[in-house]
Design a protein around this ligand. Structure first.
Ligand SMILES: Nc1ncnc2c1ncn2[C@@H]1O[C@H](COP(=O)(O)OP(=O)(O)OP(=O)(O)O)[C@@H](O)[C@H]1O
Ligand SMILES: [Mg+2]
Length: 380
């Protein structure tokens, strides 16, 4: 059992830089919590405060209701896995995995059993006598995992453990980590700036920026109901398209683009629209909510408007089509079937399905999403 309560946590570094600005985050027992956000947003700092590797400037961290601010790292019953493995180069795989157990004075036979068990689980049995330099990156990262798991800690902390691996290995290790997590059922906090890892591994995701929490929710909620423009633009590849325009008509709301084009807004949550009628808003449309009008059978909600193709990126089964029309400052991106034919320079009808789209207040990262249900909370 281990819940982690992060309560108004603050970190000010010696040079006066405020890296974490009073974040509160309850992490549930056995939960896999992913912290995601751009470089420098305070992910590692937060993790290191949980581990006890960094002093806490303000606030409190509790594990199972016990305040741990002053508890020594070695007494926190936490294991941390780093990006750079941090294996002991002169020790074999077996010795690397056995080291922490030895330090605790565990008996030889018991160490042998535990290391063997863990090595088997991670497919490392044949590598036990080898030195780290004789292993591939993926195998080394597995040893680092093994070293953490073998101790059976209350909490796992991961700091970008897969970022040194190539794309294929990352995919495999992601699968292994997820399977492992289901088997071990231990509370984990996992830091990454890879949104695929965040979406696939997290029971919940915490999106951070500049030392603050932007949103905490299950992956699908983060994707389908981003709290603000920052979250909307941070999660999703290619990124959500943002269009500047004006909201007209409250009952049958329409988004007027500069020029003559208009898009019917069909999202279900419209209670904020009356107060924005006649005012500028920003429409957020994910690439997959656009489709080639020539191939669309029955559009759900929204409108079809002509746009010009400026670039194609064929990804195999699907393609990204970059589109322009007068009044768009930057091209917008459509994700569609690779067989939906489009040629650069051609103008084609584009259907915009707004049933799952979002409208934002004008403004920057903090601009609120105006199409969330009443009572929707930033941290769920
Ligand atoms: N020892 C330090 N002294 C002063 N500032 C620091 C120190 N360590 C980190 N910082 C700053 O604190 C901020 C948060 O750093 P942190 O390492 O937590 O970011 P991160 O979210 O893990 O980023 P990345 O994705 O690049 O690893 C950064 O702006 C960083 O420059
Ligand atoms: Mg970091």
């Amino acid at each position: 059992m281990a819940s982690i309560d992060i309560d108004h946590l603050v970190k000010v570094y010696d040079n006066g830089f405020k890296a974490v600005k009073s974040i509160s985050l309850p992490i549930r027992d056995k939960e896999f919590m992913v912290l995601v956000g751009p470089s420098g947003c305070g992910k590692t700092t937060t993790l290191r405060m949980i581990a006890g590797l960094e002093d806490i400037t303000g606030g409190e961290i509790r594990i199972d209701t016990r305040r741990i601010n002053e508890v020594e790292p070695k007494d926190r019953d936490i294991a941390m896995v780093f990006q750079n493995y941090a294996l002991y180069p002169h020790m074999t795989v077996f010795e690397n995995m056995a080291y922490a157990l030895k330090l605790r004075g565990m008996k030889r036979a018991e160490i042998q059993t535990k290391v063997d068990e863990t090595a088997k689980m991670l497919g490392l049995t044949d590598h036990l006598p080898k030195l780290p330099k004789q292993l591939s990156g993926g195998q080394r990262q597995r040893v680092a995992l093994g070293r953490a798991i073998v101790r059976k800690p209350k909490v796992f902390l991961f700091d970008e453990p897969l970022s040194n691996l190539d794309a294929k290995l990352r995919g495999e290790m992601r699968y292994e980590l997820k399977t492992l997590q289901q088997k071990l059922a231990t509370t984990a906090v996992y830091v990454t700036h890879d949104q695929i890892e965040a979406m696939t591994l997290g029971d919940r995701i915490t999106v951070m920026s500049a030392g603050e929490i932007q949103q905490v929710a299950a992956p699908t909620v983060i994707y389908d109901s981003p709290y603000n423009r920052f979250v909307a633009s941070f999660i999703g590849t290619p990124v959500m398209n943002f269009l500047d325009g004006t909201l007209t008509g409250a009952d049958q709301p329409v988004f007027k683009l500069p020029g003559d084009a208009a898009i019917a807004l069909a999202m279900p949550e419209r209670h904020e629209f009356p107060s924005f009628a006649g005012k500028p808003i920003v429409l957020g449309i994910r690439p997959e909510q656009l489709s080639h009008g020539g191939y669309t059978a029955l559009p759900k909600g929204g409108s079809t408007i002509p746009m010009q193709v400026t670039l194609l990126e064929i990804m195999g089964d699907h393609q990204y089509v970059y589109l322009k029309r007068p009044g768009f400052e930057t091209p917008i991106v459509m994700k569609c079937n690779a067989h939906h034919r489009a040629a650069v320079g051609e103008t084609i009808p584009i259907h915009i399905d707004t049933t799952m789209s979002h409208a934002f207040e004008p403004g920057g990262d903090q601009a609120r999403n105006l199409t969330l249900p009443k009572g929707f909370t930033r941290q769920a």
